[in-house]
Design a protein around this ligand. Structure first.
Ligand code: ZN
Length: 345
């Protein structure tokens, strides 16, 4: 059985609503991607239909098993086909809900990625939301509730899902993917509360990539210009890589600012590199860090707003400016900075 991380309060509220018979006919489950909204929706279907669910947390029985496996006759999960949920899908839902449940109490429809229900399908769905057949429950699951028509949203009971706590994600990563606890904590920090995103980052070899960038921030003048431009070229050749690189860079600078201003080390994102960060923080004034941060934010904005932008050039400019600012103020004392320091002494 797939584990549900977090959301204990939401599960408890849903369970109470079932026990006290105060459920709605249609729901909107919203929150960022990769936090387990669909899993909770499936679990809700178990609560609604399992006669003995109240007895224990996450009941195990034939009915619950079938629902969780997606093979129960009365519970259906609808997902977008070729990027959308269309009017014929809504018709199928309507004919499924027309009949009484085969063996359960409710017929449940879970519409995953509900923001991909196209406009005419949303309008067709209104009728069902308006006059739902007696024993049916619809759950729309989405990370972009704003993409739903107001007329649809106003007919749904809204359940909001918050991001997952960082230690929960880190624990799960370390348990399932065999990585060290500090690295897991860093990835969890980068994933902003989404387990799905953390797994994506892990499989994209993010830490390796981040370490290459870390070198730029810590090596300063020792990081040769040719290597810098080569890295800049490799990163900017792919939009996603480039976006990730800027975001990592911003979290790196953010960590330096946190340490510099005496913030709690628990709020540092790159936990596994805290020693390097701490050394590096000693060498950069906050003003300079804020400048680099602004520089990166500008690059990110340009990258997002202008698809025709020359990414290689943008990356070169950004990396060269960062390097210039970091010159002679490096985290790891370089040959040049030692010479400069001794001449000042
Ligand atoms: Zn059960």
């Amino acid at each position: 059985m797939t584990k549900i991380l977090g959301h204990a309060d939401t599960l408890a509220i849903l369970k109470n609503s079932v026990l006290s018979k105060k459920t709605a006919h249609s729901y909107l489950f919203s929150g960022i991607d990769g936090i387990g909204k669909k899993l909770v929706a499936i679990e809700f279907a178990c609560m609604l239909n399992c006669p003995s669910y109240e007895a224990e947390e996450r009941h195990k029985c034939r009915i619950c098993d079938l629902i969780r496996k997606g093979s129960h006759a009365d519970v259906r999960i609808v997902t977008p086909q070729k990027g959308s949920i269309r009017i014929d899908n809504v018709r199928q839902i309507q004919s499924f809900l027309k009949y009484s449940p085969v063996e359960a109490q409710y017929r449940v429809i879970i519409l995953d990625d509900a923001h991909l229900i196209n406009r005419s399908a949303q309008n067709a769905l209104l009728k069902t939301l308006e006059e739902p057949p007696g024993s049916s429950i619809l759950i729309l699951v989405t990370s972009r509730a704003s993409a739903l028509l107001p007329t649809v949203k106003s007919r749904l009971r809204h359940v909001r899902f918050g991001p997952l706590e960082r230690p929960l994600i880190a624990e799960e990563l370390a348990r399932k993917r065999k990585i060290g606890p500090d690295e897991a904590m860093s990835l969890a920090g980068l994933a902003s509360g989404s387990l799905g995103r953390a797994i994506e980052l892990l499989s994209a070899n993010t830490l390796k990539f981040r370490n290459a960038l870390t070198e730029v921030f810590t090596a300063g003048p020792d990081f040769g210009l040719a290597s810098l431009l080569d890295l800049s070229f490799r990163i900017s050749s792919d939009v996603q890589n480039f976006t990730d690189a800027i975001e990592f860079g911003m979290t790196w600078i953010r960590d330096l600012i946190v340490l510099k201003s005496g913030g709690a080390t628990t709020s540092v994102i790159h936990t596994d590199l805290i020693d390097i960060l701490a050394t590096s923080a000693q060498h950069h004034p906050i003003r300079e860090l804020l400048e680099i941060h602004t520089e990166m934010a500008k690059a990110l904005e340009l990258l997002n707003s202008d698809t025709n932008i020359n990414r290689n050039m943008l990356a070169d400019v950004m990396f060269l400016r960062i390097r210039k600012m970091l010159d002679y103020k490096t985290g790891v004392p370089s040959r040049l900075s030692v010479i400069e320091d001794s001449s000042n002494a």
